[in-house]
Ligand binder design. Structure first.
Ligand SMILES: Nc1ncnc2c1ncn2[C@@H]1O[C@H](COP(=O)(O)OP(=O)(O)O)[C@@H](O)[C@H]1O
Ligand SMILES: [Mg+2]
Length: 368
């Protein structure tokens, strides 16, 4: 899908890429390795169109959406974290804004009938598009990603500029994960993350079905994500190795690649035989860990069920709103009041479910 064709790039007399030709397949997950200063960041920038090559070309399909996470220097300001993350769904937000606009106008009794009908038709069309694009789940998706990256609900309402560099990077990551571009370019994404946030990122990247190029020195992270390692040699070339980072590392050490057995434990020095006491302590610890896992899984299932319930109620709320717009209804004061009261009940119920969902989501996370 993406091709580097005879690409050359140097800074002054430092040659980074010397007539490099390389191809990245659709949906591939490539880990870029190599010493500092080898040109990894430069390669990512060239792929993202942020840096020009000296000669040669990057061939990309038309309409490819690219998400790029720079190594540093990120700042967001002027919006809350939640608003900033929401901007990943700009087309959906535009639809929502237009729907609200129409809702206001529909309540105006002085609008002529034919204009009113046209607005209703437009409203129905927007509503369909909103539903098809999973718009009723948008806020939940944003809340889920932000929570996963370590933002509390209170944090999410704080202005972006009150966050430090590492958190600025998490805001950018949230936007990228929500926006799901076709090509994701991540330059050392785990540098400012704690272990819990790295796990969330791993999960999100495992679910991501687009093409991924990532630079990282975090071996476990690379092992979890990359299915091909490309070494940026510095001084001109790239070398590509199929398989995981561990396969690559073994090859570098001159060892044969590991047999393809999932979960095979690495050979270690023989451990001393544990005493009976140690054994029972370990068994008890394992039982506790199991119980903790079961509890977390229950909470996670509950969170998913709540998400579905909330989306359903949001849809009903939207339906009531569109009923308000129908001429038969909005001329009938009694009916309007009844619908308004249903709507406020629904809103309260949604707020309550959100609270429950927050708790379930929290319980489903590993305790730290
Ligand atoms: N805009 C630039 N101008 C001059 N030299 C640069 C520029 N960007 C990068 N370099 C140099 O190119 C080399 C590769 O940089 P970089 O791509 O950031 O490497 P890596 O990400 O592998 O550490 C470094 O020696 C760096 O100093
Ligand atoms: Mg770099």
């Amino acid at each position: 899908m993406i091709q580097l064709s005879d690409l050359t790039k140097s800074f002054g007399d430092r040659i980074l890429f010397d007539h490099v030709t390389w191809q990245i397949g659709d949906g591939e997950r490539v880990g870029l390795c190599g010493p500092n200063g080898a040109g990894k960041t430069t390669l990512l920038k060239i792929l993202g169109g942020l840096e020009e090559s000296d000669s040669g070309a990057v061939v990309k399909p038309a309409g490819l959406s690219i998400g790029y996470l720079p190594q540093d220097g990120l700042t967001h300001s002027g919006r809350t974290v939640f608003e900033e993350a929401s901007s990943a769904f700009q087309p959906l937000l535009d639809i929502k804004a237009e729907m609200h606009d129409i809702e206001h106008k529909l309540g105006d009794a002085s609008v002529p009938q034919d204009e009113h009908d046209a607005m209703l038709a437009r409203y129905a069309e927007l509503q369909d598009r909103f539903r098809l694009a999973d718009g009723y789940n948008m806020d939940l998706r944003i809340a889920t990603v932000l929570r996963g990256l370590g933002f509390s609900p209170e944090d999410a309402e704080r202005p972006c500029e009150t966050f430090s560099g590492g958190w600025q990077m998490r805001i950018a990551l949230a936007k990228l994960l929500l926006g799901r571009p076709n090509l994701l370019l991540l330059d050392e994404p785990t540098n400012h993350l704690d272990l819990a946030a790295v796990e969330v990122l791993e999960d999100a990247l495992r679910e991501y079905t687009g093409t991924l190029l990532l630079i990282s020195h975090d071996r476990a992270f690379l092992d979890a994500i990359a299915t091909r390692i490309v070494e940026v040699r510095g001084g001109g070339g790239l070398e590509s190795f199929p398989g995981s980072y561990s396969d690559y590392a073994r090859r570098q050490r001159g060892e044969a690649p590991a047999p393809a057995v999932a979960g095979a434990a690495p050979a270690t020095d023989a451990a001393p035989v544990p005493s009976a006491d140690e054994k029972s302590t370990r068994i008890a610890a394992r039982e506790r860990a199991k119980e903790e896992t079961r509890r977390r899984e229950r909470a996670a299932r509950r969170a998913v069920a709540l998400e579905e319930e909330i989306a359903e109620l949001e849809e009903r709320l939207e339906l009531l709103t569109s009923q308000l717009a129908s001429p038969d209804v909005y001329r009938d004061g009694e009916l309007v009041r009844a619908i308004e009261s249903d709507r406020s009940e629904l809103r309260e119920e949604i707020a309550r479910l959100y609270g429950e969902w927050e708790r379930a989501a929290q319980e489903s996370e590993p305790s730290q």
